[in-house]
Design a protein around this ligand. Structure first.
Ligand code: GLU
Length: 369
């Protein structure tokens, strides 16, 4: 396992940053955040900190045993950083998918975190207030030919696949067949897509694999990256996902664009989140390259499964955390992370149990590369 900040080279300012000059088509390796971008982040006073982590829950319900694992892991990683001297831990409420959000769930989540002793180092940020920033990012992508309007409905995509003789596997998301990449041909635009195929053919992107020390590489549409827990990963984004949505047909911002813009704006250096999101990482790395912003290090945590073997999630009815005994809930989360159980006689208070897990985390996840 490896840790540490991403390798960085300089690049022009992202276009969606106030006063930023348009960057070149893309840069071969990771880019450095600029002072103006730092100043746009609400917690810019702490910008000198070299570790900036975040927990980014969607307020679709209260935290459950599975989401506490990701919350605890990201908090522990921030606290354990630099031999226990610690970095900055932020919370971002990802409320862009408004139909799935539940009123008050954001406040419930923040209260649940606080009950567990997980308190962010700066005021939380709500994605619903950041549409202008996402629009600026999209405008920059459009200007450079990295995004295009799409007229296709889900049915159109299925029909295009059927016409090519592709069978659809159950529950599988079909890669976008590229129907609108060359233009709408008079059809009305519904959504905006990232031009994965076009972007991966741009010479600086094709060369990205040559960058020394880069925590990822891109070659022929395949993104390779090393997860701090899962090890080397790869995905051919052009064939597995295709040109993915940035702004949805209902006008809402897609998770991929919002998460990349905000991780960059908040200068996140380390992302720690659930393993179910690991296969989104290559898309996010491509978007980071297209926007000319840094790629954080990633660690994806084990998923907690219910009695039926399925991943615990709000969608399949996971029970909200019972926080009458926060130490017990944290103990279950720590066990899921492979950390030792809370040792009752020695660590019978929340702060002392958390401190014990910070030390255990450093031994388990922050070993030498
Ligand atoms: N908001 C996402 C979720 O709750 C997590 C996004 C992330 O950590 O990148 O599943």
């Amino acid at each position: 396992m490896t840790v540490g900040p991403s390798a960085r080279t300089t690049a022009a300012a992202p276009p969606w940053q106030a006063g930023g000059a348009p960057p070149p088509p893309s840069t071969a390796t990771t880019a450095q955040h600029t002072p103006a971008l730092a100043a746009s982040a609400p917690e810019s006073a702490a910008a000198a900190t070299t570790y900036r982590g975040r927990f980014a829950p969607s307020p679709t319900g209260p935290l459950h045993a599975g989401s506490l694992v990701a919350a605890l892991a990201s908090w522990l990683d921030a606290r354990a950083w630099n031999g226990g001297r610690g970095g900055l831990w932020l919370v971002r409420i990802e409320d862009v998918d408004t139909p799935r959000c539940i009123a008050g769930a954001d406040e419930t989540i923040l209260r649940q975190l606080a009950t567990c002793g997980l308190v962010p180092d700066a005021p939380p940020l709500w994605q619903s207030s950041r549409g202008a920033l996402y629009q600026q990012a999209l405008d920059g992508l459009i200007a450079r030919g990295d995004a295009y309007p799409c007229a296709c409905s889900r049915k159109d995509i299925e029909e295009a696949h059927a016409a090519q003789g592709h069978a659809r596997e159950r529950h599988a998301t079909l890669p976008y067949p590229g129907t609108c990449r060359q233009g709408l041909h008079g059809r009305p635009a519904r959504s905006w897509r990232f031009n994965t195929t076009g972007f991966c053919q741009k010479p600086p992107v094709a060369l990205a694999h040559a960058a020394q020390g880069a925590p990822f590489s891109i070659a022929n549409g395949t993104v390779r990256w090393t997860d701090r827990r899962l090890g080397p990963q790869e995905q051919d984004v052009t064939s597995v996902v295709g040109d993915f949505v940035l702004r949805r047909a209902d006008g809402l911002w897609a998770y991929q664009l919002a998460v990349v813009v905000d991780d960059a704006a908040q200068q996140i250096t380390h992302v720690v989140r659930g393993e179910d999101l690991a296969d989104n990482t290559p898309r996010q790395i491509l978007l980071q390259r297209a926007l000319g912003v840094a790629t954080p290090r990633y660690l994806h945590t084990p998923l907690v499964r219910g009695a039926n073997g399925e991943k615990l999630s709000k969608q399949n009815g996971a029970a909200p955390l019972d926080l009458r005994e926060p130490l017990q809930a944290l103990n279950d989360a720590a066990r899921a992370l492979g950390l030792p159980a809370w040792d009752h006689p020695h660590h019978n208070s929340l702060p002392s149990a958390l401190e014990m897990w910070v030390n255990a985390w450093a031994r388990t996840y922050n070993g030498p590369p």
